[in-house]
Design a protein around this ligand. Structure first.
Ligand SMILES: [Mg+2]
Length: 248
């Protein structure tokens, strides 16, 4: 009997030792590489600055040969505002994206400016009364005030800028781009504008993606589409995007 108890105690001891050593050896959860690349790498800063610097050259020359009002259209998240801190906090809490945590993050107004964007926007606004800055974002309409506040905090918003948030799921970015061009809907009363440059981290910031067939068409044409780098300017976002789910 005594030896049975002894062996049970021994087994328990060995098991608890194994569990403790496993726990101690398991590495601390690290921030995912794609998030670290955004927050820690110099390459990320370089690509963002490079994109906005090259875009400025192009926008300046296109504006010179454009008659009447024109606009540069920018997405917000990961194009103008950096939300890597939200991603870090999600990871620390072991959570994935939820509209609840996203709303709390947006309301904090803590997103930071993407490298190079402030200088670019200041330059664009220096080009006179025909120059307009328009933000088209899939942040919900009820996030508009917090978004403008955050843009103001980062010195990215000026009087005369336009922001078009998403009213509902069917309110695509293409619908909103058309409102800018035609001065219709939310842009009624504003001057009609030519869009001379688009900025985004997601294909849908540039194109309407019409299902799988539409995506294939865009993909097949992408290599020949000369608008990349002349009218379309992409910011890097390895953290998330509609590419993850084939742009559905
Ligand atoms: Mg975005």
């Amino acid at each position: 009997m005594k030896s049975k108890i002894n062996s049970s105690v021994l087994i328990l001891f060995v098991l608890s030792f194994m569990l403790t050593s496993c726990y101690e050896k398991s590495p601390k959860k690290e921030t995912p590489k794609e998030v670290r690349w955004v927050t820690e790498s110099v390459e990320y800063i370089g690509i963002c600055k490079q994109t906005y610097a090259m875009a400025w050259d192009r926008v300046r020359s296109t504006a010179e040969s454009t008659n009447g009002p024109w606009a540069v259209v920018l997405d917000v998240d990961e194009t103008v505002l950096n939300n890597a801190q939200y991603e870090i906090e999600l990871h620390q809490k072991g959570e994935t994206f939820s509209s609840q945590s996203w709303t709390a993050w947006v309301e904090r107004r803590d997103a930071t400016a993407i490298p190079g964007v402030k200088q670019f926007l200041d330059n664009v606004r220096s080009l006179g009364e025909n120059a307009f800055v328009v933000f088209i974002t899939n942040r919900d309409a009820h996030h508009e005030k917090a978004t403008i506040d955050n843009l103001i905090k980062e010195q990215l918003w000026h009087d005369g800028d336009v922001i078009l948030c998403r009213k509902e799921k069917s309110d695509t970015k293409q619908i909103r781009r058309n409102e800018i061009i035609e001065a219709s809907g939310r842009c009624a009363g504003l001057p009609k504008k030519q869009i001379i440059a688009l900025f985004g981290d997601n294909l849908k910031d540039f194109y309407e993606v019409d299902g799988t067939a539409g995506l294939t068409k865009i993909k097949d044409a992408a290599m020949q589409d000369s608008r990349w780098g002349t009218k379309f300017f992409v910011l890097p976002n390895p953290m998330y995007g509609s590419w993850v789910d084939a742009y559905k």
